[in-house]
Structures are given as structure tokens and as C-alpha cells.
Design a protein around this ligand. Structure first.
Ligand code: AMP
Length: 287
């Protein structure tokens, strides 16, 4: 079956209205496109749980900082649509920035209503180096929830902080849906799939492999009962390629997101690095 490609909010709402009347369960998979196997796993999960699946493809300008990669972010809507056809998604919603935010609207909090996650959730990890990023994410996700009115929305654990913030937002704002977390999909050599991997040269990709290697080393040592965060940090650092710029490597409780010194079950080890101009994140949950 072919997915329906829609660019306008009102067209999506027409389908949603009809589906709601038929009592169908609706799943939403929010993406920025350039779809890869990570996204595919989310769409498949959505298909397994819902009657109708909407995949949104939107490179959201308000979650990018002024010096970030908004303009060069890969846009491959034709390929994305074909993949959604194969996966039997029902709607691919690919709005323009004007459709989402209105024409001639300044994309800042002087002109737009923003959803702002709590300070404690954004003043760390990715939020530290990307001020405003999670406000932009929470805002666009809220808008997508309001347009699609999903029963379930599917998010990858690859963006662990984002997932945590979205869950908190849904709870705090009494949003009427369930967030379904989905595990990280990796290449066979361990590299976590990301649309930004397309930026990497062959040498940079080789270098990027040390990110997952460092996380797997943490897991290996943890499985040997080494639980001191400092020791695990140093062991990971020794494995990371020296051409990488480490932004953070942190250990946090995956339920509370509090920093931990002693690693135990359900600890998130999360990392962000820069390779040349490309920023990559990855994580592992120690079980
Ligand atoms: P993005 O298009 O990068 O905004 O990602 C859209 C969704 O796909 C987010 O919920 C991501 O966490 C998820 N995602 C991205 N990469 C992966 C991956 N390698 N494995 C699982 N989910 C992923």
C-alpha cells in the first residue's frame, strides 16, 4: 500500500477526524527525515501497535541554533516516502516551516508560543551546548501531538534526554497519549544509526566507531562488577579516538536522570562528541 503524502495540517486533520470517528488507534512517529533503519524500527513498532500510522518528516527550524546544521541537514523526502510505502505507513506528513509556524512569523519567543521543559532537565548534557534546543523540540512535538492526536507516539532511546523530556512534558501537561520508547539500532560494526552519519568522511566514520566501542567497554567492565564512574569514565576515554572532541560522557539514573557516581542497574551512560563539524550522540543502558 502506498502512504499518502500530505503537506498541509488541515489535510492531516481530515484523516484524523475520520479515523477517530472509526475508533482507530493512531500512532505517530516524529522524524526529521533522511530515514534509516533506526526510524524503520520505530515505524514497525508503530505498525505493530496501531491501526493507523503517521510518520512526520519535518526539519524543525526552532530546535537548531544559529550556527548549527539546519540548512545542510539532509532532506530526502522522495526516498523517505518510498520507505514509508514499503513499511505500509498510512500518512507521511511533510509540512513546510511556513505551514507549521505561519508565514512572516519570527521564529523566536518574541513572536511564538513555546513549550519550555523544566530547567533541571535541559541544563545538562545536550541542553548545555544547544541552548533553546529542547524548547524547540517540546514545541514542535506538542504541535504534532495536537495535529495528529495520536494514542501512541514512538521515540528512540538514542535521543535519551529528548525521550526523558517528552515523557515529562506528557505527564506535566496531562497529554492524552502514551510514549513508546524504542531501542537504539546500530550498524553491524556498532555505530549508532543517525541521519548525521551522512556528513562523515571515511576517516571520520572510522573515528566515530570508537564512540560505541567506548560505551561497550563501559558495559564490559560494568559486567565485571566495576561500578566506579571515574574508573569507567577513564576506561572509555582511553578508547575514544584522539581526534574526537568529547562534549560529555555522563552516567545518569535512567529513571530519574540524576547523575550517579556508583553505577548500578538501569544506569544510562550517555556521550556526545564532535568529529570535525559533525556532532554525534550515543548511549547505552547498563542492565
Ligand atoms: P530524528 O529524525 O533524528 O529526529 O529522529 C527521529 C526519531 O528516530 C527519534 O525518536 C530518534 O530517537 C529516533 N532514532 C534516531 N536514530 C535512531 C537509532 N539509531 N535507533 C533508534 N531510534 C533512532
Amino acid at each position: 500500500m502506498s502512504a499518502i503524502l500530505l503537506n498541509h495540517i488541515n489535510d492531516v486533520k481530515t484523516y484524523i477526524y475520520k479515523w477517530k470517528n472509526e475508533n482507530l488507534k493512531i500512532g505517530l512517529v516524529p522524524t526529521m527525515g533522511a530515514l534509516h533503519s533506526g526510524h524503520v524500527s520505530l515505524i514497525k513498532k508503530a505498525k505493530s501497535m496501531c491501526d493507523k500510522v503517521v510518520v512526520s518528516v519535518f526539519v524543525n527550524p526552532v530546535q537548531f541554533g544559529p550556527n548549527e546544521d539546519y540548512d545542510k541537514y539532509p532532506r530526502t523526502i522522495e526516498k523517505d516516502k518510498m520507505l514509508c510505502d514499503e513499511l505500509d505507513a498510512d500518512i507521511v506528513f511533510a509540512p513546510s516551516a511556513n505551514e507549521m509556524y505561519g508565514e512572516n512569523v519570527k521564529l523566536s519567543n518574541t513572536d511564538l508560543t513555546f513549550v519550555c521543559p523544566p530547567y533541571n532537565y535541559i541544563d545538562c548534557m545536550c541542553g548545555k551546548s544547544r541552548p533553546g534546543h529542547f524548547d524547540g523540540v517540546a514545541t514542535v512535538v506538542t504541535k504534532l501531538f495536537n495535529i495528529v492526536q495520536p494514542d501512541y507516539a514512538f521515540f528512540g532511546q538514542k535521543d535519551a534526554q529528548q525521550l526523558y523530556i517528552i515523557k515529562k512534558m506528557v505527564k506535566d501537561l496531562n497529554m492524552n497519549l502514551e510514549i513508546v520508547p524504542c531501542p537504539i539500532v546500530r550498524e553491524s560494526d556498532g555505530l549508532a544509526l543517525s541521519s548525521r552519519n551522512a556528513y562523515l568522511s571515511a576517516d571520520e566514520r572510522q573515528c566515530a566507531l570508537s564512540i560505541s566501542k567506548a560505551l561497550f567497554e563501559i558495559e564490559r567492565l560494568y559486567n565485571q562488577k566495576i561500578t566506579d564512574a571515574n574508573i569507567l569514565f577513564d576506561s572509555a576515554l582511553a578508547i575514544l579516538n584522539k581526534n574526537l572532541e568529547l562534549e560529555y560522557l555522563e552516567f545518569r539514573n535512567f529513571d530519574t536522570f540524576e547523575k550517579v557516581d556508583k553505577i548500578c542497574k538501569n544506569t544510562l551512560a550517555a556521550i556526545a562528541v564532535k568529529i570535525g563539524k559533525t556532532r554525534l550522540i550515543d548511549n547505552i543502558i547498563l542492565g
